[in-house]
Ligand binder design. Structure first.
Ligand SMILES: C=CC1=C(C)c2cc3[nH]c(cc4nc(cc5[nH]c(cc1n2)c(C)c5CCC(=O)O)C(CCC(=O)O)=C4C)c(C)c3C=C
Ligand SMILES: [Fe+2]
Length: 412
């Protein structure tokens, strides 16, 4: 029985595994959740897939939810500190949130949680990632420790930003391969926030479910394109330098990263009117398999200099992959880890759908900003996009057991 109880928490999967668990579950969880457990314990059929089993580590050098694959469900939440909530209140909140995130990511039921929302699911690759917006530093008296890289993003000509759905003092990214596991994390973190913060905005997105394709492959966005092919890979020698703040930076952001968040609506009706050939020209890759128009397969390096027999560039001058490529931006690069979204239809009947674009980099002034400047001027895809909200967040490094995310800033 003792193995069911760990630090006042219960593994959801172990709870299901043996009838003997019921007693312990009832003891620790109290009446409501105990009843759930009793109902749930029965002969366990063979699992249909291993999706629920995947566990991401909360503790470590970097926060989870950056270098690991984007999950099937994502929630992006921003909060503002409540009037009167100071640095001490923020530290207490980050401590509570970190402890709960660690338990949830391990597939455990935090003490006192009788919601039952994710009771019979495994960790399902849940990640919870915390970040600080510019305004956090003013509200907590920490303006002197605000990183220079956190300066406001410049305005771009294609922006149509909604201030109410942009920025925020605190940002939380939650991802999981199961929607109930993801919602459970949203629910508990919101409850634990108490009156220390006020919700500012929340966006919900999705990606393809793991196992939906016959073999693992790069996902597609709502324009139907294979998206993510030329992302930096954790195995690349320069991956860490591009994505994470270096250890020798010596400040509280060492091991951290900067997240640029853009809600980008796709003008899908206009896009769908383009012929397949035009759509492929706009991106520079084939729609069916993501192969570059310079030849080869999805993973063949792009040849931006390739000239076709008729003398034209194989990858057009305004093709998205040419304009966005590091070669066109003095090496500027970022890790794109996005979720698609769809929120019904707008007043004019157009789909309110697109990409919750999240770009990770060691310094946004050497990643998102120069690339978006270039795209803003000369990208064939931008005619079909509207950037509707924006945020830039300093995402600290990970923490060790017993510590909390942001401790080096809040107690340093
Ligand atoms: C500022 C950066 C970028 C924004 C904003 C952006 C929006 C955006 N992109 C797609 C679709 C695709 N993008 C692809 C590649 C690609 N995109 C960026 C940057 C931004 N995209 C980069 C750096 C790259 C890689 C370029 C390269 O080095 O080859 C692709 C091709 C496949 C891939 O490599 O991922 C697609 C498709 C959409 C739909 C979109 C906004 C909604
Ligand atoms: Fe792109």
């Amino acid at each position: 029985m003792a193995e069911q109880v760990q630090d006042d928490t219960i593994s959801r999967r172990r709870l299901l595994g043996t009838a003997g668990a019921v007693g312990a579950a009832g003891l620790v969880m109290g009446g409501g959740a105990g009843a759930f457990a009793a109902d749930a314990v029965r002969d366990e059929p063979a699992a249909l897939s291993g999706v629920g089993e995947t566990e991401r580590m909360f503790h470590g050098k970097h926060q989870a939810g950056i270098a690991d694959p984007a999950q099937a469900c994502g929630h992006l939440l921003a909060f503002d500190l409540a009037p009167g909530a100071d640095r001490k209140a923020a530290a207490a909140l980050l401590r509570r949130w970190s402890a709960t995130a660690a338990e949830l990511m391990a597939g455990e039921v935090p003490r006192g949680d009788d919601t039952g929302i994710a009771l019979d699911a495994g960790p399902s690759a849940l990640t919870v990632t915390f970040g600080f917006g510019r305004t956090f530093f003013d509200r907590t008296g920490l303006a002197a420790r605000r990183p220079v890289a956190l300066q406001p993003l410049p305005a771009f000509t294609g922006d149509a930003l909604d201030a109410k759905r942009s920025d925020g003092d605190l940002w939380v990214q939650i991802g999981a391969d199961d929607p109930l596991v993801a919602f459970h994390a949203v629910r508990l973190l919101r409850k634990q926030a108490g009156d220390a913060v006020r919700p500012r905005w929340q966006m919900t997105g999705f990606n393809r479910t793991p196992g939906a394709t016959a073999r693992p492959r790069t996902g597609r966005n709502l324009m139907g394109q294979i998206d993510g092919t030329n992302n930096p890979k954790p195995s690349d020698p320069d991956f860490a330098a591009r994505v994470f703040v270096p250890d020798d930076s010596g400040d509280w952001m060492a091991g951290g990263s900067y997240a640029v968040v853009r809600r980008i609506r796709m003008l899908l009706d206009s896009w769908d009117h383009l012929s397949l050939e035009r759509q492929e020209k706009v991106i520079g890759r084939r729609k069916s398999d993501g192969a570059p128009l310079s030849g080869g397969t999805e993973t063949t390096p792009v040849d931006l200099d390739k000239i076709r027999e008729d003398g034209s560039l194989a990858i057009a001058g305004d093709a998205h992959i040419r304009v966005a490529a590091p070669e066109s931006n003095r090496g500027a690069a970022m890790l794109r880890r996005a979720f698609s979204y769809q929120d019904g239809v707008l007043d004019d009947g157009a789909p309110d759908a697109g990409l919750l674009f999240v770009a990770w980099q060691a310094d946004p002034r050497k990643g998102f900003v120069p690339v978006q400047r270039k795209l803003d001027r000369g990208d064939g895809l931008s005619r079909f996009l509207r950037h509707e909200s924006s945020g830039l967040f300093a995402v600290p490094g990970g923490c060790a057991p017993g510590e909390y995310v942001g401790q080096r800033l809040l107690e340093g």
